[in-house]
Design a protein around this ligand. Sequence first.
Ligand code: ZN
Length: 152
Amino acid sequence: MSAAMATFDEARAYFLCGVCETAQLATFQTRVTARPAMNVLDIGMPFEVTDDPETRGYLKLREHQAGTPIRILEAWNCGACGSAQWAWLVVEDHRLSDVERRDLTRETLADTHYGTIQLYYLLPVGSGGELDELPLNDKIDRLLQAAAQEAQ
Ligand SMILES: [Zn+2]
């Protein structure tokens, strides 16, 4: 038996790239499942979110209320043009109820409960920790500013 433990699963959904509009079956890693096992997860499949996504490196953007859908922002890359893309995993009633391609906008971030560590990569090195102390609107401002600079 290998001592290595799986640290992720993969979510899978059909998307149109937001840049080149190529239709594709996108597969991307997620680290928020309670027991990562390198499973491939499609919409409708059972999905348990870990009690503490922050210990897996996720940025907490808003408080999740028990019994309501939880939205997790993940990153993927277009297989045709290679551009960085974003998607929500929506989990409700212990299932992956939707996977939705999202643009990195104020609306997306404001409705996200937990965001992938790749959001931190938008920020200047070492400044991710400061973000934890900021109110939600300031966190969102900081991430959007960083994303705008990245795009230039
Ligand atoms: Zn593309």
